[in-house]
Design a protein around this ligand. Structure first.
Ligand SMILES: [Zn+2]
Length: 62
């Protein structure tokens, strides 16, 4: 194995590791968004819990 082959296999490992980290971060962010998804109040536009029936900031029914 010459120095170019070593360099290329090193680069390949780095690229695979970066893709792995990216995929893990992507999946984690999708899970986070799904778990903490919130809806917007139609009156004041603030983010409120998706399970609540009233806006906790202005009292608007949502
Ligand atoms: Zn509101």
């Amino acid at each position: 194995m010459n120095i170019v082959d070593m360099y290329e296999s090193y680069l390949t490992k780095i690229i695979i590791a970066l893709i792995g980290v990216f995929v893990v971060l992507l999946i984690a962010s999708i899970i986070f968004v799904l778990a903490f998804r919130k809806k917007k109040c139609p009156k004041c536009g603030r983010k409120i819990d998706k399970d609540s029936n009233y806006c906790k900031y202005c009292g608007e029914k949502v």
